[in-house]
Design a protein around this ligand. Structure first.
Ligand code: SAM
Length: 217
């Protein structure tokens, strides 16, 4: 079975490369991380199709191509302190953890955060700090961050996250309405000025919180 997973992962990466992802470090990281361990056992056979999958609590693990694109857009070199909002399964955090110095990731749903912690520990990824709570306000005690990645769709760019981005830092975040968003890449110059680049269209689950959408009752 392990061999089948290895072959399936290689095919998935070939597709991602064919679609234009070129950062060698991102490709190497995703070629090693066993995505099938981040989904429920019943879903493992589908783990290397290039699709998002349910992870429980009405949340999803993002599509691998999207993970690759978002990670590539951060231009990580290995020295960065990175903030992720929306830990979910922990897969994106695992990719980040192999590409930067330290990852700080926030998940609002406790059961998902606890499961992600277990999987990341089993991978020996000890440079990932997980917090349970509303990440739409960031992690002020640990700011500034060299890179920020938001893996849930926001109605607008959260000001706290922009504030917590270090000069020279980059943030990637889907912003739009509930039906569809645009992926924004925010770069902060050394003098603190902020540029916004609009990239692909995408569809994420909602960022729920103070600077996100209201929780459904
Ligand atoms: N990065 C995840 C992965 O690799 O599996 C996928 C994340 S999933 C698409 C979005 C996640 O964001 C969900 O787990 C959801 O509970 C979480 N979320 C939504 N709003 C949040 C908030 N304000 N703070 C923290 N997490 C939030």
């Amino acid at each position: 079975m392990q061999l089948n997973f290895d072959i399936a992962r290689k095919r998935m990466m070939d597709q991602i490369i064919a679609r234009g992802v070129a950062d060698r470090r991102v490709i190497e990281a995703m070629s090693k991380i066993r995505r099938h361990l981040f989904v429920e056992e019943a879903m493992a056979a589908q783990a290397y199709s290039d699709t998002s999958l349910p992870i429980g609590e009405r949340q999803t693990i993002s599509q691998p191509h999207t993970v690759a694109l978002m990670t590539e857009s951060l231009k990580l070199t290995g020295r960065e302190k990175v903030l992720e909002i929306g830990t979910g399964s922990g897969y994106q955090a695992a990719v980040l953890a192999t590409l930067c110095d330290k990852v700080y990731t926030i998940e609002r749903i406790r059961s998902l955060a606890l499961r992600a912690r277990k999987v990341l520990d089993s991978h020996g990824l000890l440079n990932v700090n997980i917090r349970i709570g509303d990440g739409s306000c960031g992690w002020p005690d640990e700011a500034p961050f060299d890179a920020i990645i938001v893996t849930a769709g926001a109605p607008a760019l959260p000001a706290d996250l922009v504030d917590q981005l270090a000069p020279g830092g980059r943030m990637v975040i889907p912003v739009g309405d509930e039906a569809a968003q645009t992926m924004l890449i925010i770069s902060k110059d050394a003098d603190g000025s902020v540029k916004t680049e609009r990239t692909i269209g995408c569809k994420f689950v909602k960022l729920v919180g103070k600077s996100g959408w209201q929780a459904e009752l």
